[in-house]
Design a protein around this ligand. Structure first.
Ligand code: GLV
Ligand code: GLV
Length: 322
C-alpha cells in the first residue's frame, strides 16, 4: 500500500471495498521456513509482515524491520512465537487466525486421542511386521471413551469443539481447568471447573487445548502425571512447552499413565532419536492440527486480509488485543 520502502519482488492486487489497491509484496516463495538471516535482511523497512508459527518474531526481527513496521499478521491461532511485549511497546498491531481452524484442530485432537487410546499406530504396525498371528482376547487392548471422564485443559474455542465431538462417544463426565470458570460455556457439556490436581486424578482422558502462556508453561509436569491414573491417556494439541517432556517420558516409560498422543513437541521437529519416539505408547504427529486443505487455505486468506486491513488502518477481521 505504501510502496516506497518495500523491495519490489512481486506486485499483487487485492480487491478492497470495490476498488483494487496495490501493494508490493516481498515473498519467501517456498514451503520451507525462511532462513533467519534472510528474514533479518529482507524485513528491513517493511510496513507489514505476514508470518508463520515457525517464524520467531522477537526483538531482533523488530529491530531489523525498523520503525515503519505497523502490522504483523500470523497465519496461526497461536501467538507464542511473537514477542508481544516488544510488539506492543512499538505500537504494532497483530492479526491472527482463530475460529477458522477450530473444527480441523478439534477433529485432529479426537483422531489423536482415539489413535493413542486404541493403539492404532502400534496395531497397524503389527499387521505389517507379521506380529498379527491370530485373534487373541487381550491382544492390542486399550481404553475406550464409553462411560469415561474427560478433562479438558483450556475450554476455549478448540477445547469446546473437542468436548462437543467427544460427548457422543458416551463420555460420562467432563472436567475442565483454565484461568477461571466459564459456567455458560460449560453448561453445554455439564462440565465442572476443577483444580488441575483434581482434573489429573479423576480424568480417564486429559486433552490439552490451552494457549501457551507463562501460566501454562510446563504445567503438565511430574506432579501432574503422578496424579493421573495408570489407565489414563494424555493428549496435547496446543503447544509442546505446556508439557515437561522429560516428566511425560518417565510417566509413559514407567507405566504411570497408559498412553499419550502429541501433535506438538519441544522442539519441533522432534529429533528422530528422541527418547519419546522409542515408546510404543506414545503417538506423535508433526503439528498437523489445522492441516486440511480447506482450513489452511482459509487461514491464508484470513491472514492476508488481516494484514491488508491493518495496513489500511482499518479494524482487522481478527486482531489480537494487546
Ligand atoms: C497452530 O498450532 C496454530 O497456532 O495455528
Ligand atoms: C469381534 O469381531 C467379535 O466378533 O466379537
Amino acid at each position: 500500500e505504501d510502496q516506497q520502502h518495500l523491495e519490489h519482488r512481486k506486485d499483487l492486487q487485492f480487491p478492497s471495498g470495490g476498488t483494487v489497491r496495490r501493494c508490493r509484496v516481498l515473498q519467501w516463495d517456498s514451503e520451507e521456513p525462511v532462513p533467519r538471516a534472510e528474514l533479518l535482511s529482507r524485513v528491513a523497512g517493511v510496513r507489514g509482515l505476514l508470518c508463520l508459527l515457525s517464524d520467531r518474531i522477537d526483538r531482533e526481527v523488530l529491530d531489523a524491520a525498523g520503525p515503519d513496521l505497523k502490522v504483523i499478521s500470523t497465519m496461526s491461532v497461536g501467538f507464542d512465537h511473537l514477542a508481544l511485549d516488544e510488539i506492543k511497546k512499538r505500537g504494532i498491531r497483530v492479526g491472527y487466525t482463530p475460529d477458522v481452524l477450530t473444527d480441523a484442530t478439534a477433529e485432529l485432537s479426537v483422531a489423536l486421542l482415539l489413535s493413542a487410546c486404541r493403539r492404532l499406530p502400534e496395531a497397524a504396525e503389527q499387521v505389517r511386521s507379521g506380529g498379527w498371528t491370530t485373534w487373541k482376547p487381550l491382544w492390542m487392548c486399550g481404553y475406550g471413551l464409553s462411560d469415561s471422564t474427560v478433562g479438558i485443559i483450556g475450554l476455549g474455542r478448540i477445547g469446546q469443539a473437542v468436548a462437543r465431538r467427544l460427548k457422543p462417544f458416551g463420555v460420562r463426565k467432563f472436567l475442565y481447568t483454565g484461568s477461571g470458570p466459564k459456567p455458560e460455556t460449560a453448561a453445554e457439556f455439564g462440565a465442572e471447573f476443577v483444580p488441575l490436581t483434581r482434573l489429573a486424578e479423576e480424568s480417564d482422558f486429559v486433552v490439552v487445548t490451552c494457549a501457551l502462556t507463562p501460566a501454562t508453561q510446563g504445567m503438565c509436569n511430574k506432579d501432574f502425571f503422578s496424579r493421573m491414573k495408570k489407565t489414563s491417556v494424555f493428549v496435547n494439541t496446543s503447544r509442546g512447552t505446556v508439557v515437561n517432556q522429560e516428566d511425560l517420558y518417565n510417566a509413559l516409560a514407567q507405566g504411570q499413565i497408559a498412553a499419550a498422543g502429541l501433535d506438538v513437541t519441544t522442539p519441533e521437529p522432534l529429533p528422530t532419536d528422541h527418547p519419546l519416539l522409542s515408546l510404543k505408547n506414545c503417538v506423535i504427529l508433526p503439528h498437523i492440527g489445522s492441516a486440511t486443505y480447506a482450513t489452511r487455505n482459509t487461514m491464508a486468506v484470513l491472514a492476508a486480509n488481516n494484514l491488508l486491513a491493518g495496513l489500511r488502518g482499518e479494524p482487522m477481521p481478527h486482531e489480537l488485543k494487546l
